[in-house]
Design a protein around this ligand. Structure first.
Ligand code: PGA
Length: 271
């Protein structure tokens, strides 16, 4: 990354794009999960210059073959805020690390909405993930597409929500660790809607995120943080976010459940 004209950050693409598959609560059988792993693994190992991370449901993380897959790393979709203890139903970061996970998605909008996770909980989870040397992928994003009030003034929901989430979720995260966190900008209105964010809107969000990180830390540290786009990514629009919106990679939901579509997305990112 570097500062460009008008004091804006420009993605210099010196790092490999990072493509993350979020399988969410899919597929429902071991057989299908195994099939998907194998289909992705077969093609992905031939694609160079892209870092791929698959985040399946917890149970599919421990299928035979485990974390020793070729061509991609593993992440989980959540973790508990403690390493062990009397927390029925929870999976801890220490367990995930022991299984070979390298990444953990935290603060996904579906966790915030359906499981009432607030910024305080997400902040605790980021801290414990870092303690276990798991790399957090922090998801942030506004609920409604930016609109205008009755007098035509922009409501700036993106900057309000994203700014607040960054400030709250990163409380007391030491500056030495910030580069280990990846930020995924996922506007809620674009997730699973088939109505993706335009590259221009994504670019604005990415610049805003980097400026906020520069305020919370400093410019050189902000430059090192990877910023991804997520929300209705397909093989048709994947390259636009990387080439036009200066994104460092993508967080792919629905399209990651179709091996050939996901592979096409990774290929687009590598070009
Ligand atoms: P989507 O989901 O690609 O299906 O929109 C993205 C996400 O929720 O991470």
């Amino acid at each position: 990354m570097r500062w460009g004209i008008n004091n804006k950050f420009i993605n210099s693409m010196t790092q490999k794009p990072l493509i993350i598959a979020n399988w969410k609560c899919n597929p429902t059988s071991q057989k299908e999960a195994e099939h998907l792993f194998v289909a992705v693994e077969k093609e992905i190992r031939n694609i160079k210059d892209v870092e791929v991370v698959i985040c399946p449901p917890f149970v599919w993380l421990s299928l035979p073959g485990g974390s020793a897959r070729d061509g991609f790393a593993f992440g989980s979709q959540d973790c508990h805020w403690e390493n062990k203890g009397a927390y029925t139903g929870e999976v801890s970061p220490a367990m995930l690390k022991d299984l070979g996970c390298q990444y953990v998605i935290l603060g996904h909008s579906e966790r915030r909405k359906y499981f009432q996770e607030d910024d305080q909980v997400i902040n605790r989870k980021i801290k414990v993930a870092l303690k276990n040397n798991l790399r957090p992928i922090l998801c942030i994003g506004e609920e409604n597409r930016d609109t205008f009030d009755s007098e035509g003034r922009p409501l700036n929901e993106m900057s309000l929500v994203v700014g607040q989430q960054l400030e709250n979720d990163l409380v007391d995260i030491p500056e030495a660790r910030i580069r280990e966190i990846t930020i995924a900008y996922e506007p809620i209105w674009a997730i699973g809607s088939g109505n993706p964010c335009s590259p221009n809107e994504a670019m604005k969000a990415s610049l805003f995120i980097r400026k906020t990180l520069a305020k919370l830390y400093d410019r050189p540290k902000a430059e090192k943080v990877k910023i991804l786009y997520g929300g209705s990514v397909t093989s048709q629009n994947a390259a636009d976010y990387i080439n036009q919106a200066a994104m460092d990679g993508l967080l792919v939901g629905g399209a990651s459940l179709n091996a050939s579509e996901f592979i096409k997305i990774v290929e687009k990112a590598s070009q």
